[in-house]
Design a protein around this ligand. Structure first.
Ligand code: IDP
Ligand code: MG
Length: 149
């Protein structure tokens, strides 16, 4: 089944929003298959955001991501990559729809609480970058027959 990489950024951790954010994915019906609370190394942050390395906000973004712990997660489910992006909302919280994590909980693009992979292929790369295979649990929630027909 499809998997995506989700990370609660340092602002989400500092603001005490870990359970609020995790709860949205859990209540939706997606399956948590990996999670770690960690300080991010500068090297990992730079690798994760390599696609943005020429952008003016890159240095500040990397400094921010390594400034406090993050909650790195892998979530599983049919269509989870695109659905998680909808749950997260648009990049700028001021224009994210209400009902989304960023739309409900944030006010600034540089403090937008959460990362989510933007495509299935990116998700596979990001899961592999952040997690060793043995850090992921293959399991089937007993509730699945009530989520999927
Ligand atoms: P995404 O997180 O919605 O996929 P991206 O465009 O991939 O957004 O940008 C990655 C992250 O870089 C954003 O989540 C945000 O934290 C930061 N970022 C993007 N654009 C800006 C900006 O204009 N100023 C400051 N930070 C930005
Ligand atoms: Mg992105």
């Amino acid at each position: 089944m499809e998997r995506t990489f989700i990370a609660i950024k340092p602002d989400g951790v500092q603001r005490g929003l870990i359970s609020e954010i995790i709860g949205r994915f859990e209540k939706k019906g997606f399956t948590l298959v990996g999670m770690k609370f960690m300080m991010v190394s500068r090297q990992l942050a730079e690798q994760h955001y390599a696609v943005h390395k020429e952008r003016p906000f890159f240095a500040g973004l990397v400094d921010f991501i390594i400034s406090a712990p993050v909650v790195a997660m892998v979530w599983e489910g049919d269509g989870v990559v695109a659905s998680a992006r909808k749950i997260i909302g648009a990049t700028n919280p001021l224009t994210s729809e209400p009902g989304t994590i960023r739309g409900d909980l944030g006010v600034s693009i540089g403090r937008n609480l959460i990362h989510g992979s933007d495509a299935v292929e990116t998700a596979q790369q990001e899961v592999a970058l952040w997690f060793k295979p043995e850090e992921l649990s293959d399991w089937k929630p007993t509730v699945n027959p009530w989520l999927y027909e």
